[in-house]
Ligand binder design. Structure first.
Ligand code: F6R
Length: 361
């Protein structure tokens, strides 16, 4: 049942305010300005003993894991990174007892992720799951974890599960952070930011008509560049994946800082750039990248908290705490991919060559 929407993707994009509300519900503790996660199976002493965090996932879940790693590193001050689960599995990784491994999967059935979890467990590691489907294979195999509570996702490409997974990581980061070095003030600041998300997502969704008009313009592109810096880079990766999956337009994502090390050679009017430009400590650096692109006659669509002079168009998003901005900046780009694919007449819910859950190697 599409509930009045033309596609499941549109329905699922629209459900995000409610979905985010669900992942937050019952988990925030205002007395201690922290977060409780019932199924984690990690006591405070164990949480203090973690020396590294390694996050594993595929596709969109890997991108959510990249943002998650940034959240854990900045709030809990634990070195954290994310890696595609299949790559991890085939390189005979060093498995370290002081590392917390986290497997991310919407379906909980992705074979590459499941196999990585099994291999880790065989070697004695502790593995948590960040999973949407309750009781799925990865949820059962993991030592504990966080359910994402996005509700069923039918469209082959992931939208609401991506957003909810990132919010689940923010919750985990506050939880670990408050056991370690995150102050009461910062815990409170992030919690207040999390509570603002559903209304802010709603506000972004209300700008759909404008995004649709932009999509009509960019649908003619043969190829598009997505750039972001630090927290914005995984947003660029995910937006680029979404666009290529459903519109079949070729897209690349690069850290903005890497432009001059090669990809700048591609910039010309026929290769538009989507730039993630949050109002944070990197704003000036990001603006410099826009200037470099403009100087090569590149067209720019910025996603930003205020109008960007160098950009041809700016999609404005509401500001949250710096750490949580990536959650909001991804949302208009789901709509951009959606309306681009729609303008091109693509089969949005079932893109060619793709399956919802990849249970083979
Ligand atoms: C992209 C997409 C895929 C999945 C990937 C992992 O829109 O849907 O990239 O994210 O196949 O799937 P899960 O999260 O079920 O493990």
């Amino acid at each position: 049942d599409m509930g009045g929407h033309d596609t499941y993707m549109h329905k699922e994009i629209s459900e995000q305010p409610d979905a985010v509300d669900r992942v937050l519900r019952g988990r925030i503790d205002d007395r201690f300005n922290t977060v409780h996660l019932g199924g984690l199976n990690l006591d405070p002493r164990e949480a203090r003993g973690i020396r590294r965090v390694k996050i594993l996932g595929c596709g969109t879940s890997y991108h959510a894991g990249l943002i998650g790693a940034g959240l854990i590193e900045s709030m809990a001050r634990i070195p954290a990174d994310a890696e595609p689960a299949s790559e991890f599995r085939y390189r005979n990784p060093v498995v370290d007892p002081d590392t917390l491994y986290i497997a991310v999967s919407q379906s909980g059935e992705t074979y590459d992720v499941l196999a990585a979890v099994q291999e880790l467990k065989r070697k004695g590691a502790r593995v948590l799951g960040v999973v949407n489907v309750v009781g799925s294979a990865i949820a059962r195999e993991a030592d504990g974890g966080v359910y994402v509570h996005a509700g069923p996702e039918v469209c082959v490409v992931s939208t609401k599960c991506f957003t909810n997974t990132v919010v689940a990581f923010a919750l985990l980061a506050v939880h670990l952070g408050r056991i370690r070095d995150l102050s009461v003030t910062d815990g409170k600041r992030i919690i207040e930011g999390l509570r603002k998300l559903p209304a802010q997502i709603q506000e972004i969704l209300e700008g759909e008509e404008d995004i649709k008009k932009l999509a009509a313009e960019y649908a003619e592109a043969k190829s598009m560049m997505f750039i972001g810096r630090v927290r914005g880079y995984p947003v660029a990766l995910e937006a680029s994946l979404k666009l290529k999956e459903i519109s079949y337009i070729h897209a690349e994502a690069y850290p903005a800082s890497e432009l001059k090390h090669g990809p700048l050679a591609l910039i010309e009017p026929a290769m538009p750039t989507v730039a993630i430009v949050p109002d944070d400590d990197l704003l000036e650096k990001n603006r410099a990248a826009l200037e470099e692109i403009k100087a090569r006659s590149g067209r720019i669509l910025a996603v930003a908290h205020r109008e960007q002079e160098k950009a041809d168009h700016t999609i404005l998003v509401p500001k949250n705490e710096d750490e949580l901005d990536p959650i909001l900046m991804g949302i208009p780009l789901q709509l951009l991919a959606y309306h681009t694919a729609l303008a091109l007449g693509r089969d949005i819910d079932k893109p060619r060559n793709l399956a919802k859950s990849v249970t083979v190697e």
